[in-house]
Design a protein around this ligand. Structure first.
Ligand code: GLA
Length: 749
C-alpha cells in the first residue's frame, strides 16, 4: 500500500517510487500539510511544523492561549475563508445566514485500493497501474458542510492526483464562491515559478521568475483554458535546470476558466492553490447537493525539468489520453485549410486527395467550410448539414474516394459555436450565451452556444452523429474559435448564473464523451484557434491537439518547446505548411519544416496540387522517416537539448528510447553566421558504456551555397554513449536559410 496512516501521531504518508507527500492532523483536527518532496521512507516530517506566535495571526477559540496554533501560519491541505487564514484560500462560500466562514476539521478517512472514476469530468485513469486512494473527510458542523479531499497515488508513475468534493449537509442553500481542486504549502523554500503565457498563434511561452511576497495569479477568464495562460505551473529551486534540481509540477485537468494562485506568506511559506477560477464562479448547493472539483496532478522530482516533463508526458500518454489511440499508429494527415481556406468544392477536395496520396499522406482532413451556408467566417456555424452547393456529390462520395485511395478521411467541426446567420440561430436564438436586452460581444462574427442546456448538447450530438454516420469518417477536428463573453444562460435563474461557465465545460465534456462512446474509432483532434484549449482535461477525450495556428517552423520551435514542458509529443499537432509561410511570410526549406513538424503528430497543411514532383518525392521520404521513428518520437523520452544561450544560434532537441538503444537528434540553425562556432550538443540518457552508430541522417543541406561547406559525413560515424553525453555531438556549421539536420543513433554494442 502506498498510503500509510500512523494512528499514534496521526499522520499520513503518501509514497510513490521516488516521492512522498505527508499530511498531519493536529490536536484540533486541523488537516495540515507537512511535506512534499523526495521519498523519506515514511519518517514523520511533522517536526517541520513550528508553532510560533507571529502576532496578528489569530488562534482557534479552543487554544486561544496557545498562540502558535494559527490557521494563518500552519501549512494547510485545504484553506478556507473566515477562520483565521489570511492567505489565498481554496474554499470560499456564503452560508444561508450570510456568513462567509468555513472552519473545516478532520472527521474521518478511508484508504482504498483503486480509485473512483469522476462522473462528467476528466481524471487520471487507473489503467493497469496500481493506484491507492486516500479520502480525508472534513466537516464544519456549524455550517453543515462536508468536504472530501481525495488523493490518488500513482506509485509507479510518481504522480499524485487530487480533487475535492464539497457537500451541503445543512438545511439551507450554500453558495460556493470558490472551490479549488488543491492547495499545497511549501515550507522553507526559495522557489522560482515557471508558467506558460502566450497569445493566439504564439502559445505557451515559459516565463520564469522568483516567487516573492505577493500573490501571483496565472489564470483564464475566457471560458477555456486559453492561449494566454496554461493551467500548468512549475515551482522549482532557483538553480534547477533541465538536468538537475528540485521541481514541483501542478497541472490542472480542466478546459475552462482556471486559476493557479501562488503566494509567499509572511513566514516564507509558498502556497499554491489550483482550480476553477473564481472570477465568474458562484455555485448554488441546495440541501444534500455536492460539488466535485476538477482533478489536479502533482509531481515532484529532484532531477530537473526534463524529468518533470517526462513524468507528465508519461501519465498523460498512458493514463489520460483515450486508450485506443495511445498505441495505434496515427495517420499522417493532409489538411486543406491553408491550402484552400473556404475556396473549395468536392472536385477540388478529391484532386487534393489524389495529390496527397501521391505525396504519401495517410489521411485527408476537410477543414472549415463544408456545411450550412459557410462560404466565409460570417455564416453557417451550428448548421451541421452538408453544403450541397459545394459538396454536390455528397460527403459519402468524398469519403469513399479518399478511402479508395487507401487513406482515411477526417472532418472539421466547431460544435460549441453558432453564427447569427444560421438556421440554428434563427430557430433558437436563446441557445446562444447572451445577456438579455444587450447586444453581445462578437468575435469572428460568431456566438457561443449555451452548453449548460441539455437540449443544445442533444442537438449537437444528433447532428454531428448524423454526419459521422453518413460517410466513412475516421477523425474529427474539434475547433473552438472565440473566448466566452456575456456568459448568461436563458435557461437558468438569476441565482445560478454563476454556474454557467463551469456547466458550459461540463456540457462540452458530456458531448465529447457521448460521441466517443458512439464512435469509439473516430479520433478527435482538439483545437481552439490552434492551441487555445491545450490542457490535460481535453486530452481525456482527444489524444492530440492542434498546437498553434502558427505553422511557421521557426516560430514553432518556441511554441513546441514551451508546450513540451507539460505535454507529450504525441499530443502536439504539428504540420508542414507552404513557404512563404502564411502567418509570418518567412521562407523556410521544406526539410527544415518537416524536421520541426516531426516533433509532433506530423502532417501537412498546404495545397498538394501545387507541389513539384521533386517536392512530392521529398515528402514521401519525410513520411517514411517519420513512420520509421514513430514509436521513438511518440513514446521515447523527449529531451530539450539547447538552452537559452544556444538558442540565440540554434535549437536542438531529441528523443531517446526507454531502453537507450536508439536516439533521434534534431537541430535547426535559426541565426546562420559567417565563420561560425561548432555546435556541440550533449545527448542525454544514453548508455555510457554502449557504442552508437549514426545510421540515418536527413538534412536541408540542399540549401548549402556552392562555397559553403557542409562537410559532415554523418552516416557510419561511431561514438560511445559517454562521449556523446559528456562532450556532445559536434555538429558542423551549417549555412543557407534556416538549415536543419536530424540524426538517428543506433546502439551497435
Ligand atoms: C481555427 C483553426 C484552424 C482552422 C480554422 C478554420 O483557426 O485553428 O486550423 O481550422 O479555425 O476556420
Amino acid at each position: 500500500m502506498s498510503i500509510v496512516f500512523d494512528e499514534k501521531s496521526r499522520f499520513f504518508s503518501l509514497m510513490t517510487e521516488n516521492t512522498e507527500y505527508q499530511i498531519r492532523i493536529n490536536e484540533l483536527g486541523m488537516v495540515l500539510h507537512t511535506y512534499y518532496g523526495k521519498r523519506v521512507g515514511g519518517f514523520d516530517m511533522s517536526y517541520l511544523l513550528k508553532e510560533l506566535d507571529r502576532g496578528f495571526s489569530g488562534n482557534p477559540y479552543e487554544c486561544r492561549n496557545k498562540r502558535g496554533i494559527s490557521a494563518d501560519t500552519l501549512p494547510q491541505e485545504y484553506s478556507t475563508d473566515g477562520a483565521g487564514d489570511y492567505r489565498v484560500s481554496a474554499l470560499s462560500l456564503c452560508l444561508s445566514n450570510g456568513s462567509g466562514t468555513a472552519d473545516l476539521r478532520y472527521k474521518s478517512h478511508e484508504i482504498i485500493s483503486g480509485r473512483d472514476e469522476l462522473k462528467g469530468l476528466p481524471y487520471v485513469r487507473a489503467e493497469k497501474d496500481k493506484v491507492d486512494t486516500l479520502k480525508i473527510y472534513l466537516e464544519d458542523k456549524v455550517a453543515g458542510l462536508l468536504v472530501v479531499l481525495a488523493y490518488q497515488v500513482f506509485e509507479e508513475k510518481d504522480i499524485i492526483s487530487r480533487y475535492s468534493v464539497i457537500k451541503n449537509e445543512s438545511d439551507g442553500d450554500i453558495f460556493l464562491n470558490k472551490a479549488a481542486s488543491a492547495c499545497v504549502d511549501f515550507m522553507g523554500k526559495d522557489l522560482d515559478l515557471i508558467h506558460f503565457h502566450g497569445r493566439h498563434a504564439f502559445e505557451r511561452q515559459p516565463e520564469r521568475r522568483r516567487v516573492t511576497h505577493d500573490i501571483c495569479r496565472i489564470g483564464s477568464k475566457r471560458g477555456t483554458s486559453s492561449h494566454h495562460n496554461n493551467p500548468f505551473v512549475i515551482l522549482c529551486d532557483r538553480n534547477t535546470d533541465e538536468w538537475n534540481g528540485d521541481s514541483f509540477g501542478v497541472m490542472l485537468m480542466y478546459s475552462g476558466e482556471h486559476a493557479q494562485e501562488i503566494e509567499k506568506d509572511q513566514a516564507g511559506t509558498i502556497r499554491v492553490v489550483s482550480g476553477i477560477s473564481d472570477d465568474h464562479f458562484r455555485w448554488k448547493l441546495s440541501k444534500g447537493e455536492e460539488f466535485t472539483t476538477p482533478e489536479v496532478m502533482l509531481a515532484f522530482t529532484d532531477k530537473g525539468l526534463s524529468e518533470l516533463s517526462f513524468l507528465f508526458h508519461r501519465i498523460i500518454r498512458e493514463n489520460i489520453c483515450p486508450g485506443q489511440f495511445r498505441d495505434i499508429k496515427r495517420p499522417v494527415l493532409m489538411n486543406n485549410w491553408e491550402g484552400t481556406y473556404f475556396d473549395f468544392d468536392d472536385d477540388k477536395i478529391m484532386e487534393i486527395a489524389d495529390s496527397a496520396k501521391e505525396a504519401g499522406c495517410e489521411m485527408l482532413v476537410l477543414d472549415d467550410g463544408w456545411f450550412g451556408a459557410r462560404n466565409d467566417d460570417h455564416a453557417g456555424l451550428g448548421d451541421w448539414v452538408v453544403n450541397r452547393n459545394k459538396i454536390k456529390k455528397g460527403m459519402d462520395k468524398i469519403a469513399d474516394h479518399v478511402e479508395s485511395l487507401g487513406m482515411k478521411f477526417g472532418l472539421w467541426f466547431e460544435p460549441e459555436m453558432v453564427n447569427e446567420d444560421s438556421d440554428l440561430y434563427r430557430a433558437h436564438p436563446d441557445w446562444a450565451l447572451t445577456d438579455p436586452d444587450r447586444k453581445p460581444v462578437m468575435a469572428r462574427d460568431q456566438l457561443v452556444l449555451d452548453m449548460s442546456r441539455s437540449e443544445v448538447v442533444d442537438y449537437l450530438y444528433e447532428s454531428i452523429s448524423g454526419i459521422l454516420n453518413s460517410a466513412k469518417i475516421s477523425y474529427v477536428k474539434w475547433d473552438f474559435n472565440r473566448s466566452l463573453s456575456n456568459v448568461f444562460s436563458r435557461a437558468l435563474p438569476a441565482d445560478r448564473q454563476g454556474e454557467v461557465a463551469h456547466r458550459f465545460v461540463l456540457g462540452t465534456y458530456s458531448l465529447m464523451e457521448r460521441l466517443r462512446e458512439r464512435f469509439p474509432d473516430v479520433m478527435i483532434e482538439g483545437c481552439s484557434g490552434g492551441g487555445g484549449r491545450f490542457d490535460a482535461g481535453i486530452m481525456f477525450y482527444s489524444p492530440q491537439i492542434w498546437c498553434s495556428d502558427n505553422t511557421e517552423a521557426i516560430n514553432r520551435l518556441k511554441i513546441q518547446k514551451g508546450t513540451s514542458y507539460g505535454y507529450p509529443i504525441s499530443t502536439i499537432g504539428s504540420h508542414v505548411s507552404a513557404s512563404p509561410n502564411h502567418q509570418t511570410g518567412r521562407e523556410v526549406p521544406l526539410m527544415t519544416r518537416a524536421i520541426v513538424a516531426m516533433a509532433g503528430t506530423f502532417g501537412y497543411e498546404l495545397d498538394p496540387r501545387l507541389l513539384s514532383s521533386q517536392e512530392k518525392a521529398m515528402i514521401r521520404d519525410q513520411i517514411k522517416t517519420f513512420n520509421k521513428y514513430y514509436d521513438l518520437i511518440q513514446k521515447g523520452r523527449y529531451l530539450r537539448l539547447s538552452d537559452e544561450q544556444d538558442e540565440q544560434y540554434y535549437t536542438s532537441w531529441g528523443f531517446v528510447s526507454e531502453d537507450r538503444s536508439e536516439a533521434l537528434v534534431s537541430l535547426v540553425v535559426t541565426d546562420v553566421r559567417a565563420n561560425p562556432e561548432v555546435m556541440y550538443v550533449r545527448l542525454r540518457r544514453l548508455d555510457p558504456d554502449a557504442m552508437y552508430e549514426v545510421d540515418n541522417c536527413i538534412s536541408s543541406n540542399a540549401q548549402v551555397p556552392e562555397n559553403g561547406v557542409y562537410s559532415q559525413k554523418t552516416e557510419g560515424e561511431i561514438y560511445s554513449g559517454a562521449a556523446l553525453m559528456n562532450a556532445g555531438y559536434a555538429f558542423d556549421p551549417m549555412f543557407g536559410s534556416y538549415p536543419a539536420i536530424q540524426l538517428h543513433f543506433r546502439r551497435i554494442y
